[in-house]
Design a protein around this ligand. Structure first.
Ligand SMILES: Nc1nc2c(c(=O)[nH]1)N[C@H]1C(S)=C(S)[C@@H](COP(=O)(O)O)O[C@H]1N2
Ligand SMILES: [Mo]
Length: 415
């Protein structure tokens, strides 16, 4: 039946009654509204009370968090984006997860240089000022560490989407297309690979195939409009859209053109998947399509009881956009198409919602992403059949949250 305007209005009225029954709209008897609060009686802060603004003090719990037992020390370590506290698709700069191999380097931009050497016609060394004279572009991309969800390979472990899925952020970068800088140096015919090197104490390096370097990589200096944060590689980072986070070298200081990959630590003993037959998958750069329900989730239980409920989550693919996400409330017996909301950009996070009437009974929540290549996010068991149980990296299996009658949620696996 085609909804008429009348039936739509009746529907809207019913929805608002539902909301009242759910707890809203008792204003006149609610002391929080009826009484005059201190902030209504006093003047507020002057302008400039915080020359660099911070979130409300009531949001102080919204923080990146680490899991202390995961790494031996906090210098070569990781923390996680609080995905359950965010909405939309952009990660605020102060909440972007951090992964450092030897701590976050504080680099003086006046002393920072970017060198291009190797199989080039002209070896070049750029100052930050030099770089600001190249044409720049703006793009929103997710960065996901290949180890995201790695702790869940053998079964459900960490209780919260921040910890199971929070090695990801989604930021608008302003940067120079890498191909412009390489053209300035002149790549020789034999130049098929690029080594990117960081200025941190780890001097972290990765080999990148030239096709990718010339395609969509950026040398970025801004994130979400402002300078890169120290934690994200100030003053320069490599952006490698859709590819594993490890390749996005921070504090970028050198790009060497070569004729073959370098086989350094981060592309041999690390970021390599040991399969059941003893062989290893290597150079698994592209991040497969993945999704997670951020609300409700273990750190964000349902506190309102039965009735109208908003389910929300994130989906992304290193190969394009996410035209569709399905969600199930019963562990995969019935699937429903979620509602996508917000910009659908290639290699960016996408936001989805599913509004439903919770009957107050236990739920087994899952989401399943479809990407623009037609690929569908697999179950964890399907992944294990292909790759065994030795893997850590590239776990894009379907996540399950068990919501109890109390509204509390727990990390479980149904696959
Ligand atoms: N120079 C340098 N670049 C680096 C790293 C590092 O330790 N040093 N860590 C890498 C890894 S493993 C990841 S997942 C991403 C993390 O980026 P973020 O700290 O902005 O989240 O940066 C990558 N680039
Ligand atoms: Mo990483």
């Amino acid at each position: 039946m085609k909804p008429t305007r009348r039936s739509f209005l009746r529907g809207a009225a019913a929805a608002s009654v539902g909301a009242a029954a759910g707890g809203a709209a008792r204003a006149s008897s609610d002391p929080a509204f009826a009484e005059i609060q201190p902030w209504m009686q006093e003047l507020g802060d002057p302008v400039d009370a915080a020359p660099y603004g911070m979130p409300s003090e009531f949001e102080a719990h919204v923080q990146r968090k680490t899991v202390y037992w995961l790494t031996a020390d906090p210098i070569s370590s990781i923390n996680f984006t609080p995905l359950h506290e965010l909405d939309g698709i952009i990660t605020p700069n102060g909440l972007c997860f951090e992964r450092h191999h030897s701590g976050a380097a504080h680099v003086d931009p006046a002393l920072h240089r970017l060198m291009i050497n190797g199989l080039v016609d002209r070896e070049l060394v750029f100052t930050m000022e030099d770089l600001m004279r190249f044409p720049r572009e703006n793009h929103v991309y997710f960065l996901e560490c290949a180890a995201n969800s790695g702790m869940e390979w053998r079964g459900s472990q960490l209780n919260g989407c921040q910890f199971t899925h929070g090695m990801i952020h989604n930021v608008m970068y302003t940067g120079i297309p890498l191909r412009l800088l390489l053209a300035e140096a002149g790549i020789q015919t034999a130049g098929k690979w690029l080594l990117a090197e960081g200025a941190d104490a780890a001097g972290m390096t990765r080999s990148i195939p030239m096709e990718k370097a010339l395609d969509d990589c950026l040398v970025a200096f801004k994130m979400n409009g402002e300078a890169l944060r120290v934690e994200q590689g100030y003053p320069l980072r490599l952006v490698v859209p859709g590819w594993e986070g490890n390749m996005w070298v921070k504090w970028l200081r050198r790009l060497e053109v070569g004729d073959e990959p370098w086989h350094h630590r981060e592309e041999t003993s690390k970021y390599t998947d040991l399969l059941a037959d003893g062989k290893a998958r290597r150079f698994t750069w592209e991040m497969d399509a993945k999704s997670v329900i951020t609300n409700p989730s273990p750190q964000a239980p349902l506190t309102h009881g039965a009735g109208p409920t908003v389910l929300s989550g994130l989906a992304w693919s290193g190969r394009g956009t996410i035209p569709r996400v399905d969600v199930t409330l019963d562990g995969g017996k019935n699937w429903h198409q979620a509602r996508m909301s917000g910009p659908s950009l290639s290699k960016s996070m996408h936001r989805f919602y599913f509004e439903f009437d919770w009957n107050g009974q236990p739920l087994l929540l899952q989401s399943r992403a479809h990407d623009s290549t037609g690929y569908v996010q697999p179950t964890k068991n399907a992944l294990r059949e292909l790759r065994g149980t030795n893997s850590i990296y590239h776990n894009n299996g379907i996540q399950t949250w068990h919501v109890k009658k109390t509204g509390e949620a727990e990390n479980v696996e149904v696959s």
